[in-house]
Design a protein around this ligand. Structure first.
Ligand SMILES: Nc1ncnc2c1ncn2[C@@H]1O[C@H](COP(=O)(O)OP(=O)(O)OP(=O)(O)O)[C@@H](O)[C@H]1O
Ligand SMILES: [Mg+2]
Length: 262
């Protein structure tokens, strides 16, 4: 876990869906070591921005440079291999695999064996699995699931699954983590645990961008907040600055920042 701390540069990143401009000319830089919040009303383009950055949907216009490499329009697995790793808004753990196996599967972008090998337990997978076991156990400990190593992910609570999801992302040895609403749907205790996990990863040196709807949670967690509204970056500053920004207040009026999910 020594390869952390790359810079992500967005230059006029734009993503259109037919006539709809989901991401509109976003320019900003996220530096190694930062913990950044990304907020905005439902449909503001937060997930779309992650999709454009991670190759799910190549940007319609603009440029993305990560760790000195132009990753604009690269396929998702290549971008992940460069160290820009994301979680999805909906939990994407394998329910029939144990927690340990889920984390092991997360190593696939860094090892020769892939998800196929993980699922079908080929010889390559078995060999690399041994090498990865210790690291996987450390990651489970980090996300507070060391005692659930042999429990199937489908039997975890929702909060535990969310933390396992982050463990899988960490297993991919990211230089930067993009988390999409990791705290959505969690109860207050689970939210606190998740916030603590994010802070722990930040202290460990992980660079992270966190999408979150709960203003209180995000404001107490991060040092810098980016605000999207209708695809545009309308504010970028400290929690204090964006909370008092007229454009931000206007963007949220009449649009409760409650979660609709997608
Ligand atoms: N695959 C897609 N095809 C067409 N339109 C899409 C697609 N994905 C997103 N959109 C549209 O792009 C806009 C931005 O959506 P996006 O999901 O990025 O918002 P969001 O900020 O993540 O919202 P939420 O807070 O609800 O998760 C919305 O109008 C949405 O309907
Ligand atoms: Mg979203």
């Amino acid at each position: 876990m020594s390869e952390r701390g790359a810079t992500l540069k967005l230059d006029g990143v734009t993503l259109d869906f037919g006539g709809l401009r989901a991401v509109d000319n976003v320019t900003t830089t996220i530096s190694g070591g930062e913990l950044v919040g990304l907020i905005g009303p439902n449909g503001a383009g937060k997930t779309s921005l992650y999709n454009a950055l991670t190759g799910i949907y190549p940007p319609t216009a603009g440029k993305v440079v990560f760790d000195g490499v132009d990753i604009t329009g690269m396929p998702p697995h290549k971008i992940a291999a460069h160290g820009l790793v994301r979680s999805f808004q909906l939990v994407s753990v394998f329910p029939d695999m144990t927690c340990l196996e889920n984390v092991l599967a997360g190593f696939h972008s860094k090892t020769r064996s892939g998800t196929f090998d993980a699922l079908f337990r080929t010889e390559t997978f078995k060999r690399e699995r041994k090498d990865c076991l210790e690291a996987a156990r450390l990651i489970l400990k980090k996300v507070g699931l060391e005692r659930k190593a042999s429990v199937k992910a489908g039997n975890l609570s929702y909060g535990e699954r969310k933390r396992l999801d982050i463990g899988r992302a960490v297993a991919a040895a990211p230089k930067m983590l993009l988390l999409d609403e990791p705290a959505a749907g969690l109860n207050p205790v689970e939210r606190r645990e998740l916030a603590d996990l994010i802070l722990t990863l930040h202290r460990d040196g992980y660079t992270m961008v966190v999408i979150e709807h709960d203003m209180k949670l995000i404001m107490g967690l991060v040092e810098r907040v980016l605000v999207l509204d209708r695809g545009r970056l309308i504010a970028d500053g400290t929690p204090q600055q964006v909370q008092n920004d007229e454009k931000v207040i206007t963007a949220y009026i009449g649009r409760r920042p409650g979660h609709a999910g997608n």
